[in-house]
Design a binder for this molecule. Structure first.
Ligand code: NAD
Length: 304
């Protein structure tokens, strides 16, 4: 992959991590943010991550901070937006971005759930616009979903897939701009059933999580559901589905159990109670466990 000029708009949690990945891959990265205080700390945050991961610390020298949007954008080959999750903000921002970039600059949004079509519909050149959905933290989770709208050109998708693969990510081409893309659709199909099991008194929240972690969760990192279905046989999968699908949660909206938790102020870690109670020590312990697991997985990927 040739060295590219990449501009990341938004230097928050996701933006600084995305900038770090592209800089480590050898690209020249310009990082911009409308809040000068956030921009000012971005290089320190990137350097701290690089140190923590044992990555080449000189990568931070390929990151340029630029508070002026026009200057940050004018030479970019590729722009990725990681500002707040707000549709009017993103629409206005892309209209502004399009004024400053070249006609062939590829434009990506890192929205979590807003349809890419809605964000990009006002652009003059919609064929160069797409979604790239990174997962947090960007430098530890390999997946980047590359979302195509009905306007996106094959060339823009091809460039973006190659750019991310060459940077060590695992890009997944999402061929239609559907809500939740691929990863969050799958994840929340599981969460819906998990909540339903608790709602209907089949088990408590801790048990749901243990069943997943102690059984198919152990295999999931190396065995996807469709590989698994082929492994056991599509005929067996069909027989199981004939028996069980009619009983699995299929309501179209959120669970009333979840709605009540929110109405009661049981917001999870931030209030100390959600599906379960969480002391500050338990919260810190779980966060540390997830981070350690992701680091080990990345180290295993690198040595494989
Ligand atoms: N946090 C996650 O786990 C996660 C995962 C995947 C995708 N995302 C998505 O990535 C995007 C960014 O999320 P985040 O968690 O990094 O948010 P964040 O709040 O940490 O960072 C957003 C940054 O955007 C800046 N900003 C706001 N308006 C701007 C503008 N007009 N121009 C330039 N900068 C502006 C803010 O100053 C802030 O620094 C969101 O769309 C979010 O949904 C987040």
């Amino acid at each position: 992959m040739q060295k590219a000029k990449i501009t990341v708009v938004g230097a928050g949690l996701m933006g600084h991590g995305i900038a770090q990945v592209f800089a480590l891959a050898g690209h020249d990265v310009t990082l911009t943010d409308s809040f000068a205080g956030t921009l000012a700390t971005a290089k320190d945050r990137i350097l701290a991550n690089l140190k923590d991961l044992g990555d080449d610390q000189s990568a931070v020298d390929r990151v340029t901070l630029q508070g002026d949007m026009a200057l940050a954008l004018r030479e970019a080959d590729y722009v990725v937006e990681a500002v707040l999750e707000d549709l009017p903000l993103k629409q206005a921002l892309f209209a502004e971005i399009e004024r400053y970039v070249r006609p062939d600059t590829i434009l990506a949004s890192n929205t979590s759930v807003i349809p890419i079509t809605a964000i990009m519909q006002g652009l003059t050149r919609r064929e160069r616009a797409l979604g790239t959905h990174w997962w947090n933290p960007p430098f530890l989770v390999p997946l980047v979903e590359v979302i195509q709208t009905k306007w996106t050109s094959a060339a823009a998708i091809d460039f973006t897939m190659k750019l991310h693969a060459a940077a060590g990510k695992k890009p997944a081409h999402v061929k239609k701009d559907v809500p939740g893309f691929i990863g969050n659709r799958l994840q929340h199909a599981l969460w819906r059933e998990a909540i339903s099991l608790v709602e209907h008194g089949i088990c408590d929240a801790e048990t749901v999580d243990s069943v997943i972690k102690a059984a198919f969760g152990r295999r999931l990192a190396v065995l996807g559901p469709l590989e698994n279905a082929d492994m056991v046989g599509t005929d067996l999968t069909l027989a199981i589905h004939q028996n069980v699908l009619g009983d699995i949660e299929s309501r179209p909206g959120p669970s009333p159990y979840l709605e009540k938790l929110v109405a009661d102020g049981k917001l999870g870690f931030k209030s100390g109670e959600g599906f379960r109670r969480w002391s500050p020590e338990e919260q810190a312990g779980l966060r540390a466990k997830v981070l350690a697991h992701l680091k080990t997985a990345r180290a295993n990927d690198e040595s494989a």
